[in-house]
Design a protein around this ligand. Structure first.
Ligand SMILES: CC(C)(COP(=O)(O)OP(=O)(O)OC[C@H]1O[C@@H](n2cnc3c(N)ncnc32)[C@H](O)[C@@H]1OP(=O)(O)O)[C@@H](O)C(=O)NCCC(=O)NCCS
Length: 195
């Protein structure tokens, strides 16, 4: 069902639809990331995740039948391994510059979280601005003893999707994942050790 885009000024309300990626979206998704980030790294990352069948969830935001935003979720691996702890990494997420700050990113991420929960994942990790992701319930992952293979602390955040985060993460659990920030900080390690 469509939801309205947050109004700025007196403009008409426009309806936004969040839907799963379709085969015809490949080029426009690339172009959304290329236009929203300083480099093409994120656009290429999404292409590669798709080629390697690691796009566990890929959502497109549409206004008037035009794709204006996209979010990807890809599997992360945990160490020690546990079948009960299935998680995804959020990112990259992008909204075309002219459509930013209208609530589209929020709708993409909210719907993504709902879909991950529906699909039985235990947690989502992200590397990003704590202020932005905090509004969706993400918390500093180190609070739960959750580390990552790159040693990133503050911006590394987790959202638990099952009853208690303690059931999901515990001291010495490490996550190996792909996110936007990793591509910027660790360009050579992006696909290292992914599930
Ligand atoms: C981040 C992004 C996807 C958000 O999409 P959006 O549709 O603009 O987001 P929303 O409209 O739902 O929310 C915008 C709010 O989040 C804030 N916000 C946006 N990006 C933020 C960030 N990286 N850190 C902190 N706050 C952020 C804005 O200040 C804005 O708040 P305000 O309008 O009340 O001042 C979009 O800005 C984007 O594509 N940016 C470039 C790519 C990028 O940086 N992706 C995320 C990497 S972690």
């Amino acid at each position: 069902m469509g939801e309205s885009v947050r109004e700025r000024g007196q403009g008409d309300k426009q309806m936004i639809t969040i839907r799963s990626e379709e085969p015809a979206d490949v080029e426009v998704i690339h172009s959304i990331h290329q236009s929203s980030f300083p480099t093409e790294a994120e656009a290429r990352l999404v292409d590669r995740l798709r080629e390697e069948r690691k796009l566990a969830l890929s959502l497109v935001a549409e206004v008037k039948d035009c794709a204006v935003g996209h979010v990807a979720f890809s599997p992360v691996s945990v160490d020690p391994q546990s079948p009960a702890k299935r998680g995804l990494g959020l990112g990259p997420v992008a909204v075309l510059p002219e459509w930013q700050r209208k609530g589209i990113g929020e709708q993409l991420i909210t719907r993504g979280i709902e879909d991950c929960r529906r699909d039985g994942y235990s947690f989502i990790v992200v590397i990003g601005g704590p202020e932005y992701y905090g509004r969706f319930g993400f918390r500093r992952a180190s609070v739960f003893g959750l580390a990552n293979e790159y040693g990133v602390d503050d911006p590394f955040m987790v959202l638990e999707l099952s009853a208690k985060c303690q059931d999901i993460v515990y001291p010495a659990l490490r996550v190996k994942c792909v996110t936007t920030s990793f591509t910027q900080r660790f360009p050579d390690q992006v696909f290292h050790n992914q599930m």
